[in-house]
Design a protein around this ligand. Structure first.
Ligand code: OAD
Length: 251
């Protein structure tokens, strides 16, 4: 029997009930339609370097100027972008379903700007900074939406040292509170992984853990990822279109 895409989406939509526990993991692909470049797709390299070579404490220690150039550029790009239909649908779900959690690897803040509730920022925020020296006078981190900074590396207003972006770098741990709340959210009925290459851990591990705990697991991506084979429903297509279709079937 051949099942049509419409039947598949209708079946998925029927799983969304008022008391459903819904957990979503997002990655850079969700912001692609807004014009924010992904990390591993076209335009992912910066001056011929991969994100794994730029986003590390070692790279920052060696050359904070270069690392800040990249973040300053990304801040400038993101500041001009708007949430797209994928962000909008997820924001609506967060407002409609009381047991909804969104875990995002994105640091761009577009989910929050779309009005999404209950967002766990797994990799921090590009709009936060902290003192690289961790000086005693400064708070653990603070918000700074300057885009772009005219002087890089930007200076700590408390001690005059340099600040670093408030994001999680390769080799650093996830905030324990964020990790705990993310793990708790894996006890869910539906788990959707959307627009992530599923190669960066520990975030990618959440997908497998949700499946192990019995969630109905769905992937939405324009290409097949390493996670797809073990999931219940891999859906191939742009997040902004597939989520829009699912939402139409739900309503
Ligand atoms: P990647 O750049 O690795 O992957 C983006 C994914 O989005 C790819 O699988 C694309 O196929 C998919 N994609 C692109 N456009 C899409 C669209 N319109 N709809 C659906 N999918 C689309 O980004 P992430 O997986 O988010 O970490 O990367 C994970 C982490 O690696 C990032 O959070 C960042 C990076 O290093 C840190 O900075 C710590």
């Amino acid at each position: 029997m051949i099942t049509s895409v419409s039947e598949i989406l209708a079946e998925l939509a029927s799983r969304f009930r008022p008391d459903s526990r819904i957990t979503v993991l997002t990655g850079a692909g969700v912001s692609a339609a807004s014009g924010v470049p992904t990390f591993r797709g076209p335009g992912g390299l910066y001056k011929n370097r991969r994100v794994e070579q730029i986003g590390t404490p070692e790279a920052f220690g060696r050359d904070p100027q270069f690392v800040w150039e990249w973040y300053n550029w990304r801040r400038e790009v993101i500041a001009t972008k708007q949430p797209n239909r994928a962000h909008e649908v997820l924001a609506r779900w967060s407002q409609r379903y009381p047991r909804f959690t969104l875990i995002t690897q994105n640091v761009d803040g577009l989910h929050e700007r779309a009005g999404t509730q209950n967002v766990l920022r797994f990799h921090g925020s590009i709009w936060e900074v902290l003192c690289w020296e961790r000086c005693k006078q400064s708070p653990p981190r603070w918000r700074d939406e300057t885009a772009p900074f005219t002087e890089i590396p930007p200076r700590c207003p408390y001690c005059g040292g340099i600040v670093r972006p408030g994001v999680v770098w390769f080799g650093e741990g996830i905030d324990p509170e964020v990790m705990k709340r993310s793990m708790d959210a894996l006890d869910c009925d539906i788990f959707l992984t959307i627009g992530t290459s599923a190669v960066v851990y520990p975030a990618a591990g959440l997908i497998h853990e949700a499946k192990t705990r019995g969630a109905f697991t769905v992937e939405i991506n324009i290409e097949t990822t390493p996670a797809a084979a073990s999931l219940d429903l891999p859906l191939e297509g742009p997040a902004e279109e597939v989520l829009d279709h699912i939402e139409r079937f739900i309503l």
